[in-house]
Design a protein around this ligand. Sequence first.
Ligand code: ADP
Length: 194
Amino acid sequence: MGARKHTANRVVLLGPPGSGKGTQGVALAQHLGVPYVSTGELLRAQSGHDTELGRAVAARINGGDLVPDEMLLDAVREPLAAAFEAGGYVLDGFPRTVSQAQYADRIGAPERVVYLAVPDDVARQRVAGRSAASRADDADPDAVEHRLQAFHSETEPLLDFYDDRGVLARVDAAQPPALVRAAILDALAAEGRP
Ligand code: ADP
């Protein structure tokens, strides 16, 4: 009899716009029975408020720029803290920078970080395909390019950050959703270094 495998339940999903973080994240959180937290959703809710913070957040999101850390934490500190305290979580869109990853380490480091890898052209096509749905930042090609650039410059460094500690799993997210889901579950059940 082999040792029983531990399925990680503090999970971060990393990936460019259109990589499927939302679709996969909601299903995964349900499967694991842990909270799903999307900083993008929380920020979009905040951006609908007619307050100084709401207007500043809206300007960043609609332009496809990252929301600065201080503003981000004002908007998401409490729901994030609640997810970390719940003992398990699926995070979509956080951390997105090395400094955010250091913040996450202080309140409860992820056991697994799943990188949903898709080429830029697939990301562009998917975002364009859903843009009729509602989001201003999906409908504006300049904002989409900014988001892709922000992913490459600000978020990609997290791949080495987490790979160095043995918690990174790379999944081919250009596959159909059911195969991506299966690959994520495999990655969570695999032995990790920590
Ligand atoms: P996507 O991954 O498709 O770009 P999200 O809903 O995750 O969509 O994010 C939408 C926008 O919200 C981002 O372009 C950025 O402006 C803002 N945002 C979300 N999460 C963060 C974060 N952790 N730090 C800074 N900005 C964020």
